[in-house]
Design a binder for this molecule. Structure first.
Ligand code: OOG
Ligand code: MG
Length: 253
């Protein structure tokens, strides 16, 4: 199997906003190979000048697992090109079928290069924030297997992060809403994220160690959506409101 060729295929689909058939339909591969394809596709982005800014965790809530029919924790890589400014614009034409979901984001204070425990996790993080993740599967009809979504960098497409708050903010049961044009379209609790979003940081450290992805100082960890994701349309105003953490917002251009 040619990992570089598969990486090129999925990277080109993302770059040109052109959906492709699931890679495993023509070339079956396992989860470790899927992460190797993800890594190789990200190398292509880095060669174009993008830089790594952190990781996103996926399928950390039941709502997401059920919506997408995939039941394993996954992780993908985020780059600076994906990050929108707070109240910035998402250029709709650069995506295939983008969806938004409400998340919580963590900022790394001390380099994470190994698995960490719940007792020490706050030594490694210096901020938490409300965030929105925009996902955009490069596969037709937004349908994929576990291996295909991992190879596709877990549908990572864009993100916006709100103001940073203290790590002492309790995160275990915060109301989280996704609001489109002033209407609440999704509502849930941060408890839906692995019972407690801090568990996502621990999972990110464990998977980072396993797959050789260091999280440098200042990088971010997106904890995964608490609710289902919602399709976007040009012209919409989108925001997430998280109890005690404020908002993150963008408009769809
Ligand atoms: C995969 C990404 C899942 C999350 O927060 O659970 C994810 C997808 O749903 O396309 O980002
Ligand atoms: Mg997500």
């Amino acid at each position: 199997m040619n990992i570089q060729l598969l990486a090129e295929k999925i990277d080109t689909a993302a770059k040109n906003a052109q959906a492709v058939a699931q890679l495993t339909h023509s070339t079956p591969f396992d989860v470790d190979t899927a992460y190797a394809i993800q890594k190789a596709s990200l190398e292509r982005r880095y060669e174009r000048g993008e830089s790594f800014i952190g990781v996103k965790m996926g399928f950390t809530s039941k709502a997401k697992m059920e919506q997408m029919g995939v039941h394993d924790l996954i992780w993908g890589r985020l780059t600076n090109k994906m990050q929108l400014e707070q109240n910035g614009e998402l250029p709709f034409s650069e995506f295939i079928h983008p969806r938004a979901e409400p998340e919580i984001c963590f900022r790394v204070k001390r380099q994470i290069d190994r698995a960490i425990t719940m007792e020490e996790v706050k030594d490694y993080i210096d901020g938490v924030a409300a965030a929105i993740e925009v996902i955009d599967s490069r596969y037709q009809n937004f349908k994929f297997s576990l291996e295909d979504v991992i190879a596709d960098n877990c549908s990572s497409a864009a993100l916006v992060i709100g103001d940073w708050h203290s790590v002492d903010t309790a995160l275990d049961n915060l109301k989280m809403e996704l609001i489109v044009d002033g209407e609440t379209v999704q509502s849930g609790s941060s408890a839906a994220i692995l019972s407690n979003p801090w568990e996502s940081v621990i999972a990110a450290a464990r998977l980072g160690e396993k797959y050789g992805q260091v999280l440098p100082v200042g990088s971010v960890i997106m904890a995964g959506a608490a609710t289902s994701a919602v399709y976007l349309k040009a012209g919409q105003a989108v925001s997430t409101s998280v109890e005690h953490l404020g908002n993150a917002s963008f408009t769809v251009a």
